[in-house]
Design a binder for this molecule. Structure first.
Ligand code: PGA
Length: 245
């Protein structure tokens, strides 16, 4: 049984006061939700505050995640955050997001190192993958890319891994993939991983379109950007996922 997962990627948004209000609002609204996991990924700098403020142990289905990390444990890496540092305050970490690959030029080799380092530190990676432009080869190319990214991981790690299929053209564009297309790609990605690996869809998810994705056989949850910054719509998506579980 794959537990549905709804992750909110806040990206580089919120000040500390807003982060508190949003996280506390979500916490009280999802208190009764039990069948799914909800992962909040605020900017790294707010993680420690939110970890103190959200009684995570009391709400075992509400988790924190980071949006990025470096693969080294310590040393002269100005501006970076080590996996072990993230582990003190969060359970998940988003890796390989297209904004990291496009703006910060992260390549597959670096992302693979980060995935391995996350596991070594006891973190659960949410590994993003998605095509820049949609064409008939996308599915095959993505399956090939994922095969390379997970090479060297143990079966157990592949089972723990969360994959997020995020077509780049759908991110922040208001032009989401259809649920049928997302299902088709995700079914192909599933062949590369494990029957237990959770695979999410991400890209212009709203409270209106969430149900269509969550009703698909292979889609185990959503990675949400813009909508995760809005309390009511985000909580509505969590409720839809819980109702479908
Ligand atoms: P979006 O972002 O929901 O705003 O399209 C998704 C993401 O980048 O993870």
């Amino acid at each position: 049984m794959r537990t549905k997962l709804i992750a909110g990627n806040w990206k580089m948004n919120t000040n500390l006061a807003d982060a508190h209000v949003l996280a506390n609002g979500i916490r009280s609204e999802v208190e009764h939700i039990e069948k799914i996991e909800v992962v909040l990924c605020p900017p790294t700098i707010w993680l420690i505050e939110l970890a103190h403020n959200i009684p995570l142990g009391k709400l075992p289905h509400l988790k924190l995640g980071a949006q990025n990390m470096y693969f080294e444990s310590k040393g002269a890496f100005t501006g970076e955050t080590a996996p072990e540092m993230i582990k003190e305050v969060a359970e998940y970490v988003i890796l390989g997001h297209s904004e990291r690959t496009h703006i910060f030029h992260e390549d597959a080799e670096l992302i693979s190192k980060k995935v391995k380092a996350a596991f070594a530190a006891g973190l659960k990676p949410i590994l993003c993958i998605g095509e820049d432009v949609q064409d008939e080869n996308s599915k095959t190319q993505l399956a090939h890319q994922l095969t390379e990214l997970v090479a060297g991981l143990s079966e157990e790690q592949i089972q723990t891994l969360v994959v997020a299929y995020e077509p780049v053209w759908a991110i922040g564009s208001g032009n989401p993939a259809t649920a049928e297309y997302a299902q088709e790609v995700i079914a192909a990605l599933r062949q590369v991983v494990n029957a237990e690996t959770r695979i999410l869809y991400g890209g212009s998810v709203t409270e209106e379109n969430a149900k269509a994705y969550l009703s698909q056989e292979d889609i185990d949850g959503l990675l949400i950007g813009g909508t995760s910054l809005k309390l009511k719509p985000f909580v509505t998506v969590c409720q839809i996922a819980d109702d479908l579980s």
